[in-house]
Design a protein around this ligand. Structure first.
Ligand SMILES: *Cc1c(COP(=O)(O)O)cnc(C)c1O
Length: 366
């Protein structure tokens, strides 16, 4: 072990860096200006709300001033949107930051965190950062949540239980019924973090949703983001709704200016843009219908409630490379999902291009 490795905190040695989907800058460099279809990061193909852009433009001259450290106007807008109190809302530099803050607030070495498998990697990253132990609870065969499996994995060291609904990368949701049963049977020392990053795309009427009642009991933290439906991924704004008592602790360690000026303004404006929300959902729904065609040639398409779909091609890495040859970027490499690629809903012509490529590949390989 090098001197450096010995001096670094032991928990850091175990952590693998996050592998993001290629950024647009990287893509431009690699493809030398050639048109690329970017379906790898679940971004909103509609783009940002016009109201958000206008809010940023009118705020630009003010960027020599620090932002409001408590993001009051944005938190107020979010609180009114969900029918909760402002002090029940925490905003962060993306929900990634919120996940980290929750981890830093709750977790010590040896504590246990339950996460679904497969799922978004940031939950376990937060746990590893704090030296906590991660227990992965497999989804059922058809990628549904198994409440009993979560319940039986709880020990007296369990502090946090994560659910992602719709789940990334499967697009499956946790039902209101399953959530109620989980909360009713879960010991009081376990806090539930529900990540609703894609829930505004979902149409399943039985799914769990963010309501004032959900967080009333003080044990549920509901995460949301402006990165997906709202099309503001590049600004980095996420939020969470929970009891004010939880946030009292989190605010002690939060960076004072964690959400920048432009992001605060743009997010508040985007929240008011019903038209943009409706259009974004519509585009996603139409795209999802188009992907039905893949099932006709034998691909397994996991029914998804999000703005992405996971498709079983047999070899996700190979499909990823084959699509890349055609300038189509998708996502691969979720643990346990090696046979799949995850594809974001794009504009109609982008979806068409990706689907045609997959249809061609299916005839080549059969
Ligand atoms: C994209 C995503 C987020 C959003 O992260 P931000 O940091 O807000 O951009 C949160 N949770 C899941 C499951 C996601 O896929």
């Amino acid at each position: 072990m090098t001197t450096l490795a010995r001096q670094v905190r032991a928990a850091i040695l175990q952590i693998q860096p996050y592998v993001a989907g290629l950024s647009d800058d990287t893509v431009r460099q690699q493809f030398g200006g050639q048109a690329v279809v970017k379906l790898n990061s679940n971004e909103n193909a509609v783009g940002p709300s016009r109201l958000a852009i206008e809010a940023i433009l009118s705020e630009l001259e003010q960027i020599h001033h620090y932002p409001d450290p408590s993001s009051d106007l944005l938190r107020q807008a979010i609180a009114e949107f969900h029918g909760v109190q402002r002090d029940q809302v925490l905003v962060g530099n993306g929900s990634d930051e919120v996940i980290r803050l929750i981890s830093e607030t709750f977790l010590s070495e040896g504590d246990e965190v339950l996460v679904p498998a497969p799922t978004f990697s940031q939950y376990q990253a937060g746990a590893f950062l704090m030296g906590a132990t991660v227990r992965r609870i497999p989804l059922s065969q058809d990628f549904q949540y198994d409440v009993d499996a979560f319940l039986s994995a709880v020990t007296n060291r369990t502090k946090l239980l994560y659910l992602c609904s719709p789940n990334n990368p499967t697009g499956t949701v946790v039902s209101q019924h399953a959530l109620s049963r989980l909360l009713a049977q879960l010991p009081s020392h376990v806090f539930v973090v529900l990540d609703f990053a894609y829930n505004d795309y979902a149409r399943d009427e039985t799914r769990a949703v963010l309501t004032p009642q959900l967080v009333e009991g003080g044990r549920v933290i509901a995460l949301q983001t402006f990165s997906k439906l709202y099309g503001l991924a590049g600004l980095r704004v996420g939020y969470a709704v929970a009891s004010a008592a939880i946030w009292d602790y989190v605010h002690r360690i939060r960076e004072p200016f964690n959400v920048n000026r432009l992001a605060q303004r743009a997010a508040a404006a985007a929240l008011m843009d019903d038209q943009h929300r409706t259009l974004s959902r519509l585009l996603c729904e139409r795209g999802m219908d188009m992907y039905g065609r893949l099932a006709d040639v034998g691909y397994v398409v996991i029914p998804s409630q999000a703005n992405f779909v996971s498709v079983r091609t047999g070899d996700g890495e190979r499909t990823y490379q084959q699509l890349l040859q055609e300038g189509i970027l998708v996502r691969k490499g979720f643990a346990g999902m090696e046979e799949y690629v995850r594809i974001t809903m794009g504009l109609e012509e982008e979806n068409e291009q990706c689907i045609l490529a997959l249809l061609r590949l299916s005839t080549v390989s059969s």
